[in-house]
Design a protein around this ligand. Structure first.
Ligand code: NAD
Length: 492
């Protein structure tokens, strides 16, 4: 007798509202696909207006108490959450790799570790909400206090959901705010698991985590009159609509948006470690699905061929495959829409007579990689910064290597973009490197390394890459508190 193949197990998840794990008000769900196998393996609630109403109401009630909790207790709660997450980090990393397609070893584990570090960092900053004081006239005291803003409405993307969420939740609740966070529809699960640990150490309603579509749950959250602050990370176009909604109510808003970051390689930097750091800067192990990806690689004419082949050799040696396989360097893209989009950009590059394919190209049409949304790391070489592939945020592992000859020309090309999130510079000549770093119009410049920002380094964009800063003490104070000035006259 033939055995009937069993359906892959599809687990139903709930979301966190007022300390309870709940379905959506109307019971509808959204399927969650594993991008490495293209199969649905989970369903989450399809949150809408009624769910946002409940979550915001719960966060408003919780705010009245939470803002009064002594700062050291709020800090201690965050430190405990970080320790408890440490014990669950492997389980959460595997879930993150499964839902995002990001490779476990190179990406998902480091993201969980980074998120825990971020929570711990903010846990240690609770006593830092200091104001200023002065005595403008004898007999008066003028001082400021920093107060929380109320309910923070936070919206996150799918590409690095935990680190982005940790950077919103931890500073917000550290300063006495409460939070309603909307996860991204493609990758909500690791965030829900992280929320489970937050909930163990927080009073109900301090953190609420919703799942749902942007056009339904996201819109309802940004327009909700009970929200006192909006923080959004995602695409520039949606960021603009969030800013419009904030403008209607004159609400403080932080936006962390897209990018197309330049990476400038000087003639003295034709070295292996620079090629490795350039691959890291281009976030290739996250399939370049990163807002800071340095995918416009400006290489000096004198080393162009040698440096670009160095990079091509390294990229072609990287293993693309199952995100859960310890051998995989690179996993799969997030979904079919992104896969089709990235393939369209590659086809565009292949059809352009001014561009030359150095490595990669369209994904294979046969073999194990066709099981998921896998793409190959790809480099196109060109002399121009003006073509579509060099101007638009691809959000896939497609690098443009662009030749330059003089410093002013490369700085002009680097800045010739409406984005300004990050930039990378490689040279052993500190004068040149720093002169260039100061000339790039972007919020984060890495010199001689391709890593992500460290906790404590303010992070945010210039131009259409965003507004406001997060990741740091200054970012926390700017983004999650409001200053009040109190002027006292001492009477005899
Ligand atoms: P997206 O803008 O489509 O979605 C981001 C989030 O916004 C999701 O949770 C989505 O559901 C929600 N959303 C969508 N439409 C909405 C609406 N009208 N109102 C309210 N919420 C809405 O972006 P994405 O495709 O998920 O993520 C990729 C983008 O995010 C890229 O442009 C990337 O550069 C950017 N990003 C920026 C940073 C940063 O720190 N600057 C970090 C990560 C990603």
């Amino acid at each position: 007798m033939k055995s009937i193949p069993s359906e892959p197990e599809v687990r139903d998840w709930t979301m966190l509202v007022d300390g309870e794990w709940t379905t959506s008000a109307d019971g509808e769900t959204i399927p969650i696909e594993n991008p490495a196998t293209r199969s649905v393996f989970a369903r989450v609630p399809r949150g809408r207006d009624a769910d946002v109403d409940r979550a915001v109401a719960a966060a408003q009630v919780a705010f009245a108490q939470w803002k009064r909790v002594p700062t050291r207790e709020r800090g201690r709660a965050l430190l405990r959450i970080a320790d408890a997450l440490e014990a669950r980090s492997e389980e959460i990393a595997r879930l993150l790799a499964t839902e995002t397609g990001n490779a476990l070893r190179t990406q998902a584990r480091p993201e969980v570790r980074g998120s825990i570090e971020m929570i711990r960092y903010f846990g240690g900053l609770c006593g830092e909400a200091k104001g200023e004081s002065n005595v403008p006239v004898e007999g008066t005291i003028n001082y400021t206090v920093r107060e929380p803003l109320g309910v923070v409405g936070a919206i996150i993307p799918w590409n690095s959901p935990l680190i982005v969420a940790a950077n919103k939740i931890a500073p917000a609740i550290c300063m006495g705010n409460t939070v309603v966070l909307k996860t991204a529809e493609d990758a909500p699960l690791a965030m829900l698991e992280m929320a489970r640990t937050f909930q163990e150490f927080l009073p109900k309603g301090v953190l609420n985590v919703l799942t749902g579509f942007g056009a339904e749950c996201g819109v309802a959250l940004v327009q909700h009159p009970g929200v006192g602050k909006l923080t959004f990370t995602g695409s520039t176009n949606v960021g603009k609509s969030v800013m419009h909604a904030a403008a209607e109510r004159v609400l403080p808003v932080s936006l962390e948006l897209g990018g197309k970051s330049p990476n400038i390689i000087f003639p003295d930097a034709d070295e292996d470690w620079v090629a490795d750091a350039t691959i890291a800067a281009a976030r290739v192990t996250r399939q370049s699905q990163s807002c800071t990806a340095g995918t416009r690689v400006f290489v000096h004419d004198s080393i162009f061929d040698s440096f670009v082949s160095r990079m091509a050799e390294k990229l072609s040696a990287m293993k693309v495959g199952d995100p859960l396989d310890e051998q995989s360097d690179i996993g799969s893209l997030i979904n079919k829409k992104q896969f089709d989009r990235v393939c369209a950009y590659i086809s565009d590059g292949l059809a352009d007579p001014a561009a030359h394919l150095v490595t990669g190209g369209l994904p294979p049409t046969q073999g194990p990689l066709t099981k998921g949304y896998y793409t190959l790391p790809t480099i196109f070489a060109s002399d121009s910064n003006d073509w579509r592939l060099a101007r638009e945020e691809i959000f896939g592992p497609v690098l443009c290597a662009i030749r330059w000859r003089d410093e002013s020309e490369v700085i002009r090309m680097a800045n010739d973009t409406h984005y300004g999130l990050a930039g990378f510079v490689f040279s052993r000549d500190v004068n040149k490197a720093l002169r260039t770093a100061h000339s790039i119009q972007a919020g984060l410049i890495q010199v001689n390394h391709g890593g992500a920002p460290y906790p404590g380094q303010s992070f945010g964009g210039y131009k259409q890459s965003g507004l406001g800063r997060e990741f740091s003490l200054e970012g926390m104070l700017e983004s999650f508190t409001v200053r009040k000035n109190i002027c006292v006259v001492l009477r005899d």
